[in-house]
Write a protein that binds this ligand. Structure first.
Ligand code: SF4
Length: 197
């Protein structure tokens, strides 16, 4: 089975608690104004990768706490992602899934693949990015309407401790000169980082 993604990082500390693998899927229909990853909207963009290949890479990475699914819209590829999530959870790691849809609307769809991805998600971060509600004071989210939905007990302890987690920005420079940036920071912090590089 193939999945269409625009990025895979085997290790990051910027997309949820602990060291995580992160899959950014390709394709989103929401078209939120101010979306930071509009290059991920095209359903035919990005590239295809074998689901088993991603599972192998994730399960063979030392010290991972879990995997995070970002987009694009993860629930447009819920069949593929739920297969990954199931294997990841069965190996004792956690699953965080971001979505532009609201949890209630996903449940109402009553779709077997969507239900399976919800079943194998520990923490769902839901809701579209809303420019007028821009707020990055909470970890990993971009606007104040977005919710942390604890779908298992795994991250319930975060509920009253989210302020202990700070947003991070990761900048990696690969040997071929390619620069990879992920995570979240406000503009002033970004300028500071660039000045101190
Ligand atoms: S749901 Fe996410 S990826 Fe899709 S348009 Fe909105 S912010 Fe961008």
């Amino acid at each position: 089975m193939k999945i269409r993604i625009f990025r895979f990082l085997q290790e990051t500390y910027a997309e949820g608690p602990g060291k995580r693998a992160c899959i950014w899927v390709q394709g989103c229909l929401m078209k939120c104004s101010g979306c930071a990853s509009s290059h991920s909207w095209d359903l035919n963009g990005g590239y295809e990768v074998d689901v088993d290949e991603l599972i192998n890479k994730i399960l063979n990475t030392e010290g991972l706490e879990g995997v995070t699914f970002l987009g694009g819209e993860p629930f447009l590829q819920s069949n593929e992602l739920s297969s990954i999530a199931k294997k990841v959870q069965e190996s004792g790691l956690s699953v965080i899934t971001f979505t532009g849809y609201r949890y209630e609307d996903l449940v109402l769809k009553n779709n077997e693949h969507i239900n399976k991805l919800l079943k194998y998600t520990d923490l769902l971060i839901d809701g579209p990015y809303k420019k007028e509600l821009h707020d990055i004071s909470r970890p990993w989210v971009g606007s104040s309407n977005q919710r942390y939905m604890y779908l298992s007990d795994k991250y319930k302890h975060l509920e009253n401790n989210l302020d202990k987690y700070k947003n991070r920005l990761e900048i990696k420079i690969k040997s071929d000169g390619q620069i990879i940036i992920n995570g979240m920071a406000n503009f002033e912090d970004l300028i500071d980082i660039i000045h101190n590089m």
